[in-house]
Design a protein around this ligand. Structure first.
Ligand SMILES: Nc1ncnc2c1ncn2[C@@H]1O[C@H](COP(=O)(O)OP(=O)(O)OP(=O)(O)O)[C@@H](O)[C@H]1O
Ligand SMILES: [Mg+2]
Length: 405
């Protein structure tokens, strides 16, 4: 059992500070995913944990032991890289066994370990093949097998699936989830650019930006309660729309006067003194829906993208600012060039002031509860208002009884 504790971890190359003030507790058995823009230091942080990169400042503990100056081989970790670089002249079994042979393990021990890894990764039929006779996904599984045979306490993955094609990525992602489930007490840290991998695999996601941690939380917590505009736009695809405005009416539900003249009712409280405060309204594309009632956004559709299960609508594609995007369920072949009015549930809206969410202005808000979708059947959650009521909710006439985020 090994958790990790990072305290004030920093990394500099010469006088370039890449990472600073990284404080992070990872519980034993947890699956933590690092995400962030390219170059933000994800690989560097992972490599410092692995011992492949010197730690410039702060303290790293693994399993309660300070590891800053302990060599990689004694940290109880194994790392899987994006480029799996198998030895081409060795069979799958020998590739997996290599580190164990170097470590001087007996033939019996090595056979038992490679048999076990082959079984876990469904590679048993391929153990005697050379890498060139494997698919990309099978080769990546061999690379994971090289980690498994060492039975580490902590697994580190640096974008292990990014060389695979789309279908293989999905299949291998599911295998990694199953692998983790079969090793509940092993800790995993996983770097990815892929939103779906982050959302589906992680117990907690760590968003890195600007050389430090922007937010840590359960995937849905980051999605529903982002602390900053940056996290709001980084988690979720397409990115959250941001609409500037000012607070018009304070209260348990805040009324925001948007630039351009429209209004939004937001189920985030504001208080006396907040009147006229500049704010940014955040609306996720998938939370927008067409309304005949009061819209929070109204414009002409410049472009549509039909993805089958959803249609993306783009507005203001020629403007200097980022286009506004809406994601509507189903197929809408007739919307391009049409003027549409869009609204969103007050509970789905976000409110930022100077880049920071108003939910966090007094510290951490009450424990996070996932916001339930409007139930179709017996799923529970906030009862769905019929559509005409929903528009009245938007107008602040009906206060839904659902959980306030
Ligand atoms: N050996 C080095 N010398 C100087 N700078 C380095 C060195 N290695 C990495 N960097 C810099 O450190 C920063 C973080 O790099 P890192 O590889 O950790 O980013 P990343 O988040 O993994 O990016 P990506 O998503 O593209 O893989 C980058 O700006 C990079 O240029
Ligand atoms: Mg990287």
């Amino acid at each position: 059992m090994a958790g990790l504790k990072l305290t004030g971890i920093a990394k500099a190359y010469g006088d370039v500070n890449v990472l600073h003030d990284i404080d992070l507790d990872i519980a034993s058995g947890e699956f933590v995913v690092f995400v962030g823009p390219s170059g933000c230091g994800k690989s560097t942080l992972l490599r410092m944990i692995a011992g492949l990169e010197q730690i410039t400042g702060g303290e790293l503990q693994i399993g309660g032991r300070v590891m800053n100056d302990i060599p990689p081989s004694q940290r109880g970790i194994a790392m899987v890289f994006q480029s799996y670089a198998l030895y081409p002249h060795m069979t799958v079994r020998d590739n997996m066994a290599f580190a164990l042979k170097i470590a001087g393990q007996s033939k019996e021990q090595i056979t038992a370990a490679t048999d076990r890894a082959g079984k876990m990764l469904q590679l048993t039929p391929y153990l005697d093949r050379l890498p060139k006779a494997l698919s990309g996904g099978q080769r990546q599984r061999v690379a994971i097998g090289r980690a498994i045979v060492r039975d580490p306490q902590v697994y580190l993955f640096d974008e292990p699936l990014s060389n695979l094609d789309a279908a293989l990525r999905v299949a291998t992602r599911i295998e990694i989830a199953q692998l983790k489930a079969s090793m509940p007490d092993r800790t995993m840290i996983y770097v990815t650019h892929d939103q779906t991998e982050a959302m589906t695999l992680a117990d907690r996601i760590v968003v890195l930006a600007g050389g430090t941690i922007a937010q840590v939380g359960a995937p849905l917590e980051l999605y529903e309660r982002p602390m900053t505009e940056f996290v709001a736009q980084f988690i979720g695809s397409p990115a959250m729309n941001l609409l500037p405005g000012r607070v018009r009416t304070v209260g348990a539900t805040t009324i925001v006067a948007l630039d351009g003249g429209l209004e939004a009712h937001v189920a985030i409280p504001t208080r006396a003194g907040d009147e006229d405060m500049p704010v940014t309204l955040g609306v996720r594309p998938e939370d927008m829906r067409i309304t005949e009632g009061t819209p929070v956004f109204e414009s002409t559709v410049d472009l549509t993208e039909a993805l089958g299960e959803v249609t993306l609508l783009y507005f203001g594609t020629n403007a200097d600012t980022a286009p506004i995007t809406a994601k509507l369920p189903g197929i809408h072949p007739d919307l391009k060039g049409r003027r549409v009015r869009l609204t969103a549930d007050p509970h789905a809206l976000h409110l930022f002031h100077k880049g920071l969410s108003l939910l966090y202005r007094d510290g951490t808000p009450p424990p996070y509860q996932p916001r339930m979708a409007a139930p179709s059947g017996s799923m529970g959650g906030t009862p769905a208002a019929p559509d005409h009521d929903r528009d009245r909710i938007d107008e602040g006439v009906i206060k839904p009884a659902g959980p306030v985020r």
